[in-house]
Design a protein. Structure first.
Length: 201
């Protein structure tokens, strides 16, 4: 069984990735805390793909393990695609989920209809240092920004509380487990990348 490093400190994201890989018999996932890796990659790129590549490379060079990283965020039409790759650090890394939720709604005050359109995107990058090879997969969910947040919260995923999923016309964080599984962009990207991993890792 080969080890794969999951390069994230977001607990909700880590759990989601581990659950997706849990049925694999050929790959064992480890995380940054398990390997006592305290360094942080600087997210200086301007696209999800390049940021994911940057993080995967950074942590693979430290661990010497095949490394999976992702970059994800929300792009809002009325804000010319903001916050995009800066979604987590839009207000600085110390900003709380609640602060990001309320700031998003404040930026869209007075914006109506189709101008509230938005897209959630997740790009997965795996870097295999022994082969010097990258694997990528990107998936998105179309929707819009609600005028008020839902009553639910998923820690680490603030934008889900203001994002209405087009496919179900429901808040993302109010989807049923079945609905969530059907549209989850990160899980779709992970499942599409697994066959490639099995052939290389």
């Amino acid at each position: 069984m080969r080890q794969l490093l999951i390069a994230t400190r977001n607990k909700a994201k880590l759990l989601e990735i581990k659950n997706t890989f849990s049925t694999l018999s050929t790959i064992s996932v480890v995380d940054l805390s398990t390997l006592n890796i305290s360094q942080e990659a600087k997210e200086t790129a301007t696209t999800f793909k390049e940021n994911a590549k940057l993080k995967a490379t950074f942590f693979a060079n430290i661990s010497r393990l095949p490394t999976l990283a992702d970059d994800a965020g929300i792009e809002i039409q009325a804000l010319n695609g903001e916050p995009g790759v800066r979604s987590r650090r839009w207000l600085g890394y110390e900003a709380s989920d609640e602060e990001l939720i309320h700031y998003t709604l404040s930026r869209l005050k007075g914006v109506e209809g189709k101008e509230r359109a938005a897209r959630l995107t997740s790009c997965i990058s795996v870097y295999i240092p022994t082969l010097k090879r990258y694997i990528y997969q990107q998936e998105s969910i179309d929707g819009s920004i609600a005028k008020k947040p839902s009553s639910r919260r998923v820690e680490g995923y603030p934008y889900r509380s203001v994002f209405i999923v087009d496919a179900f016309n429901k808040y993302y964080d109010e989807l049923s487990p079945k609905e969530h599984d059907a549209i989850n962009h990160r899980v779709r990207a992970l499942k599409n990348i697994i066959p490639q991993l099995n052939n290389l890792v």
